[in-house]
Write a protein that binds this ligand. Sequence first.
Ligand code: HEC
Length: 113
Amino acid sequence: MKISQLIIAVCALLFALTAVSAQTPPSDATLTANPVFQKSCAKCHGKTAEGRHFGRPSLISEKTAATSADNLRNIIANGKGRMPKYASKLTSEEIDTLVQQIKAQQIKALNKK
Ligand code: HEC
């Protein structure tokens, strides 16, 4: 009886742990480690998100840092200038994650100065 209770307890614990790790969003994942970024955004904004020539801006700039999360979400969802819109290509969760990761990148970049 005791051993079977122990087994049940261990199984419950393992189950809880896998459930937690499956639910945790990739919060420690950086923008450049996000496969959505590398697939959809890196071709213009660069693999390091520092931008590329021909008017594709850095996403780690003071300009982007000064842009609110709401505006960033809006630019990604609805596009801006030559920036394509992603509302129909990405889920709102994916866009939210990108916004959070862009903001996190900026904090890191600004701390470096
Ligand atoms: C076809 C090239 C291209 C792709 C692909 C692209 N962008 Fe852009 N992006 C641009 C250009 C060009 C601008 C500048 C728009 C303007 O200000 O007129 C821009 C601007 C932005 C801005 C605003 C920056 C600021 O400081 O105002 C954000 C945020 C952004 N892009 C995020 C993304 C994300 C996230 C993705 C991937 C889902 C992505 N972009 C994909 C070309 C692109």
